[in-house]
Every structure is written in C-alpha cells, then in structure tokens.
Design a protein. Structure first.
Length: 162
C-alpha cells in the first residue's frame, strides 16, 4: 500500500470514532484497531490523536470549503441539523478541538475562515455580520452540548437571519 493510501486509510477509519466518541474519547489504540494496521504502521504517519483529527478536519474542510448551498436558508438548515444531532456529528469533536487548541492551531483559524466565507457568500453578509452569526452558532453548539438547545432558540435564530 502506498504511503498516501495508508495515511488516508487511517484518517478515514478514524472518522466514525470521532463522531461516536468526540475528540477526547478517542485513543491511539482505538485508531490502530479501527485502521486494521499495526501500531507501528499508524505511528509512522501520526504521533497523536490530535494529528489524526487534524488530518481528518483538513479533509473535511476542503470538502466543506467547496460545498455549494442553494441559499443561506439551506446553509442554516444544515448547521441546525448538525446542532440537533450534535453527538452524531464531527461538530462535537470539532468543538472539543477548538476549546483545546484554538489559541495555538492554524487549523482552528482555517475552520473559522471557511465558515465566515460561507456565511458571507450565502448570507450576503459583511464580515462583521458573518462573525456575529458564526459566534451565535458556536453559542448554540454549547447549548446543544449542554442539552438546553430548544426549538424556540432555533426558531428565533432562523427568523433573525433568513
């Protein structure tokens, strides 16, 4: 197997682990087991769970960066769907990552930049408004993780920005 294929196998096989367990609930042993490779085979490409997650998020970012939405409402609906099912998405692991590494990670800045650009593009908003919308979505992420996000909050948000 070529190096790029092996690396990709590790990243792809870890995706469901991060969705099911979040960033903090995954170990290198879990990643080794999911990949079907030897411990040394995985460590040849990645030294930590953080490195595997960053590689996965880079892949997700390149997909999301080029994703097109029919409208801003479509964009918001997808974001809200993720919030409603947060424990079954990469958003939960992404949130854990941002809380842990936002100050030191260039990936965190790219995640932010991609989201702001999408809001500006599909929401026809300026950067300041896009930042405010993104910040509110992140606040709703915290609410979803705390189990206090409800339909009234979601409806108020959607009605404000449609």
């Amino acid at each position: 197997m070529k190096a790029a294929q092996t690396r990709n196998q590790i990243v792809v096989s870890s995706r469901s682990l991060f969705i099911e367990n979040g960033l903090n609930g995954v170990t290198m042993t879990d990643i080794v087991d999911a990949s079907g490779l030897s411990r040394g085979g995985v460590y040849r490409y990645f030294q930590s769970v953080k490195e595997v997650f960053e590689a996965l998020m880079e892949t997700e970012l390149s997909i999301n960066k080029n994703r097109e939405y029919g409208s801003f409402a479509d964009y918001l609906n997808e974001e809200i769907l993720e919030l409603r099912n947060i424990r079954g998405t990469l958003r939960f692991a992404g949130y854990e990552y941002m809380m842990k590494y936002a100050q030191t990670s260039t990936l965190a800045q790219r995640i932010y930049d991609v989201n702001i650009k999408q809001i500006m593009t599909y929401g026809h908003r300026n950067e300041s408004e896009a930042t405010m919308i993104f910040t509110q979505l992140e606040g709703m992420t915290v609410m979803a993780l705390s189990g206090i996000l409800n339909d009234a909050v979601i409806d108020t948000f959607k009605n404000k920005y449609r």
